[in-house]
Design a protein around this ligand. Structure first.
Ligand SMILES: [Zn+2]
Length: 88
């Protein structure tokens, strides 16, 4: 008796590992699209509040403070004010 695979039509689904979050947002300074893949150590579901991570825009270099939830849904993007010291 042949085994019929129960694949649903070869649809490509990308499963992200639970500790990897892909964040998409638009830079507040130049409005350029930014995609960042963040690795989080630990269980994101245990977060009691959304993390806020500073991410530098690859287009203009401006730092945006991005707040997102455990699924990578962007909740808020705030641009750092100019004039703040930048550490390299
Ligand atoms: Zn930018």
């Amino acid at each position: 008796m042949p085994v019929s695979p129960r694949h649903s039509g070869g649809r490509l689904m990308r499963f992200l590992r639970s500790e990897t979050v892909v964040v998409d947002f638009h830079c507040r300074a130049c409005l350029g699209p930014v995609t960042a893949t963040l690795r989080c150590e630990g269980d994101l579901r245990r977060l009691t509040k959304p993390p806020c991570i500073p991410l530098a825009c690859p287009h203009c270099g401006h730092t945006n403070d991005v707040t997102f939830d455990a699924r990578g849904e962007v909740l808020a993007v705030a641009a750092r004010r100019r004039g703040e010291p930048v550490w390299n």
